[in-house]
Write a protein that binds this ligand. Structure first.
Ligand code: SF4
Ligand code: SF4
Length: 412
């Protein structure tokens, strides 16, 4: 996630979501979701580019392609895409979501890596299936829809449910191989969510468990995973394993709680002078993690400058202090989406999904999308009976029943 919310499943649902969002959103939501409005003047873009300069680059996975450490997506409005491209951004997540491919990419297509993302079919990411022919046809249709003659990367979005599924169902990989033979895709990658404790995915495993199997399997070149300050050892171990094998890792959902911090005057007052939560986050990700690239919530040119100016420089002492404060702040409030609490909930509540939608509302300020996604949940927060089963399992010690009630009031 690196702009407004871009989560939904399937072509028809996604289109409906975009159209609904565009219809209801007042300004910023529609702009960010469709990526067609150019809010900034050429002078403002020029100024932003001058302030940010050349973004640092890393080699991505086994292909060794050099990419800017900031990954953009279809949710970026066209002025941000223009500014990003001029600062060297060259990897674009889920370009099949753009209503039209931005000129900044098209005018130098060979210099950009464009990713098509592919979901399970006949259901959502929990209930859907992996079906070779349908994924193959989906990508062919995406080529027609975007007008591109090829995609650089094909991404399996949301990933596998279990390590066993990686071995047993090669449908996504076979679809990729057919498309690669035709020259319309070049690289295979995946974003991985956690399915442990998910009532709709019996036997589901955590993202680090599945990733470990994927890395050993070697069919995928790079991975997009949830990663932020204070994350668990299992995720760090999976990233380290990928790096040892020469495979790439892009972090998503990096800003755990940063939107909330920005609105907390007392917290902001205590934050060391000269930094902001987003700036400290980006500097820390670039300077102190082994990640190849990151996605960070960015919606305006002002945020583009705030986030990325100075990216790649060594972490300053005040930024290090800021990250420690942010970690402590987020640990008290913002779920890390690990799913540890979900096993055994007799109400079969998908706690992590509810907490994710809270993030969209509170941190990405996209209340409409959060409510839209929340409305689709089979069990909402008000189904919690406060039975007391889950809080002890939360590594952050979050008071889950109270949080669910509070989120339900926000999103229902
Ligand atoms: S406290 Fe609520 S969410 Fe937690 S296990 Fe019980 S019913 Fe499920
Ligand atoms: S509430 Fe706690 S245990 Fe549950 S997903 Fe969030 S951080 Fe993990």
């Amino acid at each position: 996630m690196n702009g407004k919310v871009n989560e939904d499943n399937g072509r028809i649902e996604r289109r409906a979501f975009l159209s609904r969002s565009a219809a209801v959103a007042a300004g910023i939501g529609a702009t960010a979701l469709t990526g067609i409005a150019a809010a900034a003047t050429p002078d403002a873009i020029e100024e932003a580019v001058a302030k940010v300069g050349r973004l640092p680059r890393r080699k991505l996975g086994t292909s060794g392609r050099e990419i800017a450490m900031v990954v953009g997506a279809f949710v970026w409005p066209s002025d941000l895409v223009e500014a990003g491209a001029r600062c060297g951004m060259n990897y674009w997540h889920r370009v099949n979501g753009f209503k039209t491919i931005p000129p900044a990419i098209l005018k130098n297509r060979e210099a950009h890596y464009c990713q098509v993302s592919v979901d399970r079919v006949r259901g959502n990411h929990e209930t859907g299936q992996i079906v070779e022919e349908e994924h193959y046809q989906y990508v062919k249709q995406a080529l027609r829809d975007t007008g591109l003659s090829y995609f650089d990367d094909m991404q399996f979005r949301f990933g596998y449910h279990t390590a066993a599924e990686v071995k047993q169902n090669r449908g996504m990989i076979r679809a990729f191989e057919r498309l690669k033979k035709e020259g319309v895709v070049k690289h295979l990658c995946l974003s991985q969510h956690s399915y442990n404790g998910n009532a709709l995915v019996p036997g589901g495993q955590s993202a680090p468990e599945v990733l470990t199997a994927l890395i050993e399997d070697g069919a995928y070149e790079h991975y997009q995973i949830m990663y932020s300050y204070g994350d668990d050892k299992a995720s760090s171990d999976a990233i380290a394993l990928a790096k040892r094998k020469g495979q790439g890792v892009i972090a998503m959902k990096t800003g755990r709680g940063v939107g909330r911090m920005g609105e907390d005057a007392a917290f902001m007052k205590r934050l060391p002078a000269g930094t902001t939560p987003h700036r400290a986050l980006v500097r820390w990700l670039a300077a102190e993690t082994p990640l190849d690239a990151v996605t960070v919530n960015t919606q305006t040119l002002e945020q583009f400058v705030e986030n990325y100016a100075g990216m790649g420089a060594p972490l300053k002492a005040e930024e290090r202090r800021a990250i420690e404060m942010m970690r402590a702040y987020a640990d008290q409030r913002a779920c890390r989406l690990c799913n540890e609490c979900m096993e055994g909930c007799r109400q079969q509540i998908n706690i992590a999904d509810i907490m994710r939608y809270e993030r969209y509302a509170r941190d990405y300020k996209d209340i409409r999308a959060a409510r839209y996604l929340y409305a689709k949940l089979p069990r909402q927060g008000d189904a919690c009976t406060a039975c007391g089963e889950c809080p002890a399992k939360c590594p952050q010690g979050l008071r889950i029943p109270e949080k669910l009630a509070e989120i339900h009031r926000l999103l229902a």
